[in-house]
Design a protein around this ligand. Structure first.
Ligand code: F6P
Length: 550
């Protein structure tokens, strides 16, 4: 019981019932569950939009799912969901509404924040972005010297980088191949150096993406980018106007930096950084794929938003995915969750999800500030198949850790590949299906013996199986499908945060490092005495200065 008299999550009857159920299931085998229910393979599936979601290879029964849904009802997941969609200030520690869903609402929708409909503003910015994107794509927008823009460099970090960078890779097949689009995020000067070293400054547009316009990495890189541009062009400050645009909520800081606010694309404090990708933060992507494709992507987001908002609990896919994560994290002790896309174009998808999930649900106090004594967000990791198969899948198959995984695959390749490469797609997908099969059903000692393996190798070649996976399958990785996938994970993260009773929309944990970096920097550069520096950091700073010859 909390001090305020409210029952804690892990003392609710719903939690206790799940713990009991987990014990009763014991070492339940997926082989047994499939043997007992021949319809399981097609029955334990759901559809949302273009996504076919198979959860038959999860260690769950109808009873498990029923009990998990009861936990969701107890936590009032749908109540909080409705409050989010209504624009209530559910980000309580920052006293903000959480309205990324308004970014993809239709023109005629009404979503109010403090009595004001925000939808017209959202569409005004989307229209301004579309106009700008078309001008760059058509060559109408030229640089300071009159040359057409051929290179776009997005400078941002975290939510102001990962979304557009991920989506640019994901939708590469839809991009204007005559444009070079790059993403600079790291304050390590090497990042900017490598991004611009072979570019003609006269043809380069910098898109400075920062919600706050105070993030040190972004402002430092933006300043260096401006220096590079002006040096290369041998031009004065007036050249900035045609080569720099800003994506931000902070007009004051944007103009302080020297960017004309006419070239600023705004968004609002009710858009969290890691949820900002379909706001103005998507501008680089829109330039790359064009406004129409961008809108198709937003429609994909909207489709899943509507599903999450209206589908009953039994058929609600984000709810299901969220609950499965709770099942393994809280009742099996799983510490991590792998997301394994079988699409080269989704090479940055899991990195994007890392911020979405881990910055949202990496919390250890509840919404009222009480320490939680249940596990919250998992470590999210993974890389595209089949590469991972030849690296870390061994541990997923035969290691001592339980690692639930999502497999994401597509029936068709996207790009205009040569016929020979198109044929490779079946091999890719054969691996996709084979892996989830092997993970679920393993290989028994009898099967190994039947293959003639010498007795001493039998334990090594036996696969226990029972490694749970969800399979998400779609026809092709279109802009809409990408939007659907991202919205699916956004809402899954929401469901988990709601159940764990944490604020999924703040990120106080990243602040401490920022503050300390500012304090330590003078010690590195000037050898300044930093009060309160611990002995270890002091010695490291001294070693660093010696190595740098200072
Ligand atoms: O990492 C902390 C964070 O605040 C993220 O949430 C955000 O996406 C990122 O920094 C970048 O912030 P900004 O867009 O304000 O530069």
């Amino acid at each position: 019981m909390n001090a305020d008299g409210r029952t804690r999550l892990n003392e609710t009857p719903e939690w206790t019932a799940l713990a009991r159920h987990r014990e009763e299931l014991g070492d339940v085998r997926l082989r047994e569950l499939f043997a007992a229910d021949p319809g399981r393979g097609s029955g334990y599936t759901m559809r949302v939009g273009d996504l076919y979601v198979d959860y038959s290879k999860q260690l769950v029964t109808d009873e498990t799912l029923r009990l998990l849904r009861e936990l969701a009802a107890r936590a009032d997941v749908f109540g909080l969901r409705d409050a989010m969609f209504r624009g209530e200030r559910i980000n309580t520690t920052e006293d903000r509404a959480v309205l990324h869903t308004a970014l993809r609402s239709s023109r005629d929708a009404v979503v109010e924040v403090d009595g004001e409909n925000v939808v017209p503003g959202v569409h005004a910015v989307l229209d301004k972005m579309a106009d700008f994107a078309e001008r760059v794509r058509s060559g109408e927008w030229t640089g300071h010297t009159g040359k057409r823009i051929r290179n776009v460099v997005n400078v941002g970090i975290g939510g102001s980088d990962l979304g557009p960078a991920m989506a640019y890779e994901a939708l590469r097949a839809y991009t204007d191949r005559d444009l070079t689009v790059r993403f600079v995020s790291n304050v390590d000067g090497a990042d900017l150096h490598e991004a611009v070293r072979d570019l003609d400054a006269a043809e380069t547009l910098f898109v400075i993406a920062s919600k706050t316009f105070t993030t040190i990495e972004t402002i430092t890189n933006a300043t260096s980018a401006r220096d590079w541009l002006l040096t290369e062009l041998k031009a004065g400050q007036d050249a900035v106007a045609k080569h720099f645009v800003a994506l931000s909520t902070n007009a004051g800081k944007v103009s302080e930096f020297g960017i004309d606010t006419a070239n600023m694309f705004e968004f609002w404090d009710w858009v969290g950084g890691r949820y900002s990708f379909d706001s103005a933060i998507g501008l680089s992507l829109m330039v790359a794929v064009g406004p129409e494709r961008f809108r198709e992507m937003l429609e994909g987001f909207r489709l899943v938003d509507e599903h999450f908002r209206t589908a009953p609990a039994e058929a609600n896919v984000p709810l299901l995915l969220g609950l499965l994560g709770v099942w393994y994290g809280n009742f099996f002790g799983a510490q991590s969750h792998a997301v394994l896309p079988y699409s080269h174009y989704l090479s940055k998808f899991t990195a994007y999800l890392q911020q979405l999930d881990m910055e949202s649900n990496g919390k250890s106090v509840d919404r009222d500030g009480n320490p939680v004594d249940w596990q919250t967000g998992p470590v999210v990791w993974g890389t595209p198949g089949t590469n991972g198969q030849h690296a870390y899948y061994q541990l997923i198959h035969q290691g001592t850790k339980l690692i639930p995984a999502d497999f994401i695959g597509f029936a068709e390749p996207v790009a205009d590949l040569q016929p020979g490469l198109v044929a490779q797609h079946d091999l890719l997908m054969a691996n996709f299906f084979a892996q989830t099969q092997a993970l679920a059903f393993g290989k028994t000692a009898e099967e190994v013996r039947a293959e003639g393996a010498p007795e001493e190798l039998v334990p090594h070649k036996t696969f226990r199986g029972n490694r749970p996976t969800t399979t998400i399958l779609a026809r092709a990785l279109t802009p809409s499908v990408l939007g659907q996938l991202i919205a699916l994970y956004e809402h899954k993260v929401f469901v988990q945060g709601a159940i764990w009773n944490i604020d999924s929309f703040d990120q106080w944990g990243v602040e401490l490092g920022k503050v300390l970096a500012k304090r330590v920097e003078p010690a590195l550069t000037e050898g300044a005495e930093v009060p309160g520096l611990d002995a270890s950091t002091k010695a490291l700073v001294a070693a660093y200065r010696e190595l740098r010859g200072r």
